[in-house]
Design a protein around this ligand. Structure first.
Ligand code: BTN
Length: 247
């Protein structure tokens, strides 16, 4: 696929021309560099091949050169750091909205198939001197037609029968992300409502690290409330949710 396919798909939606590279270590790394040089709100960065993708919690993100989308978007939201979680949740909403059925969201922001295998993830990296968000990089990795071996992952083609066009998906995802990040700045409760409409975490028995219980609520700060069988509750701010089958 040539970079011009991306430029065309972005132009058709009135978006800024994306920066497209044949190969990059990490689109988040380049997007951060561009943000430091003054890249505007909405600047997208795409790698056809990503060689050192970064995942949440210091992990790496593996992707296939032909079967995945590696996209980062520079945002310059005018909000205080405390409101940032709703913009991060907005990225999950954009993923679920764009990728469509049968994908759902698993806390904190994993897009998964009905069997809960991961299809896409979000890595948010903010620069917020003095508590005001100067720039936020939202990095989205989507498995289109292949999933990394050895992980409980799947891809959109397996779920829907065909892989979406990479350039069209990148543009519609960026468009949705920009719309939901605007909503996050003006009406965070609306983002929370939308996120919950795609959620499959709440009401289920889960384990996060050493804590096991029922996921009972999502806080306005994006945290997950877990209730142990003893009744003790925990507010979880980061981690991986493992769903526990109940018979
Ligand atoms: C996760 O661990 O679930 C988040 C994965 C985010 C991966 C994407 S791929 C595009 C962007 N560039 C990166 O280095 N990481 C993100």
């Amino acid at each position: 696929m040539s970079p011009s396919a991306f430029t065309g798909a972005f132009a058709a939606r009135g978006l800024l021309p994306p920066v497209v590279r044949e190969a990059l270590d990490s689109t988040n790394r380049l997007a951060r560099e561009l943000a430091e040089q003054g890249a505007p709100h909405g600047q997208a960065v795409i790698a056809l091949k990503q060689t050192a993708g970064r995942g949440r919690l210091g992990r790496s993100w593996l992707s296939d050169e032909h079967g995945s989308l590696c996209l980062s978007v520079v945002l310059r939201p005018t909000l205080r750091l405390a409101r940032l979680p709703s913009v991060v949740l907005a990225a999950g909403v954009a993923l679920a909205e764009t990728c469509g059925a049968p994908t759902r969201l698993k806390w904190p922001n994993d897009l998964v198939g009905p069997d809960r295998r991961k299809v896409a993830g979000v890595l948010a990296e903010a620069e917020a001197p003095g508590g005001r968000v100067d720039s936020l990089i939202l990095g989205l990795g989507v498995n289109l037609s292949s999933a990394p071996l050895g992980l409980p992952a799947t891809h959109l083609a397996a779920l829907t029968g065909e892989a979406p066009d990479r350039a069209v998906l990148a543009a519609t995802l960026t468009e949705s992300l920009l719309r939901w990040s605007d909503i996050a700045a003006s009406d965070p409760a609306e983002v929370l409502r939308a996120w919950l409409s795609y959620d499959l975490t709440l009401g289920r028995r889960v384990r996060v690290g050493a804590v096991e219980g029922v996921a009972v609520a999502l806080g306005p700060d994006g945290s997950l409330e877990l209730r142990e069988d003893s009744g003790r509750t925990h507010r979880i701010h980061a981690g991986d949710v493992e769903m526990i089958a109940t018979s």
